[in-house]
Design a protein around this ligand. Structure first.
Ligand code: HMG
Ligand code: MG
Length: 286
């Protein structure tokens, strides 16, 4: 087995998966979900977001979730943070990786974070400085890398430009996102062709929502480009409260099986993952 067949999955279910749920999900339920995901072999889990509780009430228990989440060797617990305040709180609570989020669409940047793209990059600089002081890696998301719920199609050059800025300020990994899950494999191909001109492919991850049922086809395109890190959410939960029409993330269980069937290897045991999927069913039904 060559390293080229090994895929890293970043499980975003406890954060992206749950942030959009209307009913309050208890901290205990979130912690149990994280434990089941770790049991299933996931090695990178985005466990919560240190964002404003006024903007995303579902993540208001970020401190308790991060402090109490299951810690084990080989497991990296990550926190989404919008600014220095969030980064400081996440680090104090024991985050092992931070993720900042920029957008290739100006309108989405304003709707989601109340600032322009350029202002968001400025806000991230102190986050990167704090992370460096604590020797923590930082991932940078590029939301709306292909489509924006407000502006429509986004030119690949815009996704490339924001990716470059995030690399310049010190992000170790760039995660390009189809936030509303309406891209086609052809448009993902065009976007990746551009982004790869600026981001080394071993520092690139893809984050696909699955609104149109195209996410696995998008994964195949990204695999052809050499991408080996993919985000997904257990049970296909997910969506962004500030991206109308964004349905769930690509389901981790579908991604794992698809990769297995196409000759790739992950750290995830599909049988054990079923327990985590079962745990999400009551949330999905609400
Ligand atoms: P703002 O209102 O402009 O912030 O929001 P502000 O700096 O003016 O502060 C206003 C209040 O928020 C103050 O409190 C601050 O202390 C507080 P007050 O004095 O009113 O009591 N505040 C915070 N509280 C907790 N944690 C913080 C924080 N920062 C300020 N970190 C802000 C700006 C960025 C904070 C806000 O817009 C926000 O929290 N946005 C987050 C939206 C969000 O979480 N969206 C979903 C995640 S992104 C996503 O899903 C996309 C992704 O999955 C990839 C993809 O699919 O595209 C990653
Ligand atoms: Mg997302």
């Amino acid at each position: 087995m060559t390293d080229d067949r090994i895929i890293t999955i970043v499980e975003v279910g406890p954060r992206d998966g749950l942030q959009n749920e209307k009913d309050v999900i208890s901290t205990e339920d979130k912690l149990r979900l994280i434990e089941l995901l770790a049991d299933a072999g996931l090695t990178r889990i985005e466990v919560t977001a240190f964002v404003s509780p006024k903007w995303v009430p579902q993540m208001a228990d970020h401190d308790a979730v991060m402090r109490r989440a299951s810690r084990r060797p080989g497991l990296l617990l990550s926190a989404l943070v919008p600014n220095e305040k969030g980064a400081a709180a996440a680090i104090a609570a024991g985050a092992q990786e931070l993720a900042v989020f920029a957008s290739a669409s100006e309108t989405f940047a304003l709707k989601n974070t109340n600032c322009t793209i350029a202002e968001s990059i400025e806000r991230f600089k102190p986050v990167l400085a704090l992370a460096k002081a604590h020797a923590l890696p930082v991932r940078g998301y590029v939301s709306c890398a292909v489509d924006c719920p407000y502006e429509g199609a986004i030119p690949p050059s815009a996704a490339r430009g924001v990716s470059e800025r995030l690399l310049e300020i010190g992000c170790r990994e760039i995660a390009v996102a189809d936030t509303i899950g309406r891209a086609t494999p052809e448009r993902i191909d065009m976007m990746l062709k551009q982004v790869i001109k600026s981001v080394p492919v071993d520092q690139l991850a893809c984050h696909f929502h699955d609104t149109s049922g195209q996410a696995l086809a998008d994964v195949d395109v990204a695999l052809e480009h050499g991408v080996r890190t993919f985000d997904s959410a257990v049970g296909g939960l997910g969506g962004c409260p500030y991206a109308p029409g964004a349905a769930g993330n690509l389901a981790t269980e579908r991604l794992v099986l698809h990769l297995q069937h196409t000759g790739f290897v992950t750290s995830v045991d599909p049988a054990k993952l079923r327990a985590a999927v079962a745990h999400t069913l009551p949330f999905a039904r609400r």
